[in-house]
Design a protein around this ligand. Sequence first.
Ligand code: DAH
Length: 392
Amino acid sequence: MTIEEKSRKTLAELGVADAAAVPALFAELREAMQREREELIARGAGSEAERQQLAKALRDRWLGRKNGILAYLDESWLKSAPKDLKPVVGREFNQLRQLARELEIDRLIRDLTIRLEESPSVKGGIVKSVGGAIPWDAKVNVRIGASLTLPGYRRPLGSIHPVTRVQREIEDIFLNLGFTIETGPEIESVYYNFDALNILENHPSRDDWDTIYVDAQTVLRSHTSPVQIRAMQKRGAPLYIIAPGKSYRRDNPDATHSPMFHQLEGLAIDTDITFADLKGTLDFFAKKFFGEKVRTRFNPSFFPFTEPSGEVAVSCPFCDGQGCRRCKQSGWIELLGCGMVHPEVLRHGGIDPERYSGWAFGLGIDRFAMVKYDINDIQLFFQGDVRFLEQF
Ligand code: DAH
């Protein structure tokens, strides 16, 4: 009697009246299910369509709603079992159902692969795959998925993100000058982000159209400058640090704006720091980063946390200051803001402005990367498009 025929008879008709005889009945079914699956896998399919059809046939045979073996068992073995046999039949039946799930009888069996027969187009040639071209020896391997001698999929190696690359380059220049790297929280208090930096209550940058507020006392830091205060409070003077990291502003994304971007802050505090140190350090930095032949230009500016404040531009490294597309014909590229640390800021950091002075600067890492690699859209950094990223 085949298992189908058995499944259509009641236990009584099969002569099973004793609970002890039930497990053997189900064991036979489990073995059959397993065997049929293995035979199918060993056979493989000739095409995706055949693969689907074979897998479906196996599923219908066992799990078909009306005519599947399990549907019959439910009717003729389980539902019509005498009371004393019900528990054991129920338990065994559930195990069989569980096995069907484990063997993926209920869906497309992943192990059922498609035979790739030897054909002129693949013989000794190249098979295109996700990770690139894989050499294919048709003589040895005629079956994808079944042969352990095939090389695996090649996972493409990643590369360093251009923003990270530029950040590390800037870090290295300052690390060589004896600076250390400091970090701070991206979710920052209004005190550190504004008050301690002498940014007064009525300053426009505090507006919630410019800064992203978490609550009245908390913001996503709008610059890396709050790390200045945290570092002063933590380490005291003298202090030579840089603080790279993410910053956030309520800007709509466009070619030059992103609500999340990267800044790098620099801070030097000691007993005899002057504006000359600031100029010398930033000029040295610009030459290291853009090449020895660039010149720097300092223009007066204003920041609440520095006095005096300046803006630094570098002579265009691409045209030598002659004027080109990349410097918008001006011969100069704006780099960063800087200045001498405001006494009020030193005080907030717990440092005596009578004894110590310092300089600070802040730059946009993304902007540096855009200039360096001639990238005209900041969004490219954050879209995760591999075609863009793999160029670095
Ligand atoms: N925090 C400023 C900004 O986000 C950049 C900056 C300017 C930082 C001058 C400084 C500085 O430390 O001295 O626009």
